[in-house]
Design a protein around this ligand. Sequence first.
Ligand code: ATP
Ligand code: MG
Length: 259
Amino acid sequence: MGKPLSILSLQGICAYYGELQALFDIDLDLTQGDILALIGANGAGKSTLLRTLTGLTTVGGKTRLTGRMAFEGQPIESLPPERIVEMGIALVPEGRRLFSRMSVEDNLLCGAYLPIWRQGARRKLDEIYALFPRLAERRRQIVTQMSGGEQQMVAIGRALMTSPRLLLLDEVSLGLSPAAVEELYGNLQRLRNELTIIVVEQDLQRAMGFAGRAAVMLEGRVVLANDISKLSREEITTAYFGGSGHASPQTKMPVQGVH
Ligand SMILES: Nc1ncnc2c1ncn2[C@@H]1O[C@H](COP(=O)(O)OP(=O)(O)OP(=O)(O)O)[C@@H](O)[C@H]1O
Ligand SMILES: [Mg+2]
């Protein structure tokens, strides 16, 4: 077998919101097919890192990025978001951001906004309906009349319309019932064999079941990164809380089930 292909390489990434530095010197390498769980407390910088990968922190004037990012060997740190999506990175943002008055299918089609994606949109829709059978049944329904889990499927489906090779999922299970989370991750299983994925997931047990690698962020830094099989629950907890390994009474992290 040949050497696994590098799909993503970050070197010394720092990101700033105005004066505030949100990411510090992030190095990260993913090879094709990796499934990485990005873990960390509120405000650790998980969403900022995903947004940075899609060029979103470089727009808007006040944000700034330094360091190097390469996707499939091509530098992307100075590219605008639309170019990065076109190259093959898609983000499912926190909070879904669907078009509330539109149907499921129209929301999905909005994902395919470039001519190159439009051409294959019909076939892509069929793939997405095969992945999320619930959406096929409800393709004409207005998205706001759907359950949270179904809306999340639409958000993921919309990202898939661009045929990404790297998919970034930001808290896709947030606010969903346990049954909805189960169904969603059940549907996502098939993507694991087809794509490279970074998933931000607060339910650590779920993240560990889905991903093969984990990176723990603390205050804007990646403080631990390894194959999940090589990480112990204690190591992850210690990294998550920044040293002591003990949860303070106010903080809760679901770490059950990780050894
Ligand atoms: N648009 C923004 N403007 C200014 N500061 C921001 C902005 N977005 C995030 N931040 C700050 O950047 C830091 C990292 O936030 P980020 O949203 O990336 O964390 P997170 O790990 O995704 O947290 P959560 O688990 O709550 O989603 C925080 O200190 C946050 O307050
Ligand atoms: Mg976030």
